[in-house]
Design a binder for this molecule. Sequence first.
Ligand SMILES: Nc1ncnc2c1ncn2[C@@H]1O[C@H](COP(=O)(O)OP(=O)(O)OP(=O)(O)O)[C@@H](O)[C@H]1O
Length: 249
Amino acid sequence: MRPATDPPVAEPLLSVQGLHAGYGHGEVLHGIDVTVPRGQVVVLLGANGAGKTTLMRCISGELRATGRIELDGDALGGLPAHQISRRGVALVPQGRGTFADLSVRDNLAVAALQLPRAERDVEMERWLDRFPRLAERSKVAAGMLSGGEQQMLAIARACIGRPRVLMCDEPSLGLSPAMSKEVFEVFEQLHDESGLAMLIVEQNAGLALGVADLALVIEGGRIVWRGTPRDLHDDDALVSAYIGDLEEI
Ligand SMILES: Nc1ncnc2c1ncn2[C@@H]1O[C@H](COP(=O)(O)OP(=O)(O)OP(=O)(O)O)[C@@H](O)[C@H]1O
């Protein structure tokens, strides 16, 4: 494994420097540096318990941390989660974070509340057009949707506020291989259409690296490797530790 040195990167959009965080007295992240360049997709790989979710929770303002978190040069550290979301950082959490008892349409309506009133309906319709399966089920409670439909709804909810960075924690968790592929196709389309920058945590490394511009490996709360998917592919130790099946790259 080679040292975690920075390869040349495009202009940073989201930048995390020297981040320390944990729960109670136990530190989980020990000085994390992560950059999501403008218009790029970054995939974060790592074993269970390495700190991936914790990092996303810190960036989204759910968990306090020390260190610097900046979006386009503006400090986000210390801001409450709703303000970080308004600045343009959206998180699709593990477990999707939709309201199970609300209909698909109402889930979108709640997410649209962050937009100016005049734009809410248009934006909701845009996302229902975008996901015809959600449009067909717009009156169905989110809790009654399939896992894949719930994931699409969660992505639509996150995107409705027009984020500048979309973070997604284990989007394929519990989904069939076919549905996981569909979710990653959505990421690819979103990225191609609008150059949306993304930070994705995903266990299915083959699938995630297929859409990634950059990959990071986190171990024990430290970033131990960073590079392109192709670099990762060439590193036998990393492949056997984190990937196994590279057919998707
Ligand atoms: N709410 C919490 N309270 C105490 N410890 C926690 C809490 N959440 C996570 N941890 C601990 O922090 C460490 C990092 O957890 P985290 O969920 O960030 O890892 P992860 O890389 O996302 O793993 P996974 O793939 O299992 O979700 C683990 O040791 C975990 O047990």
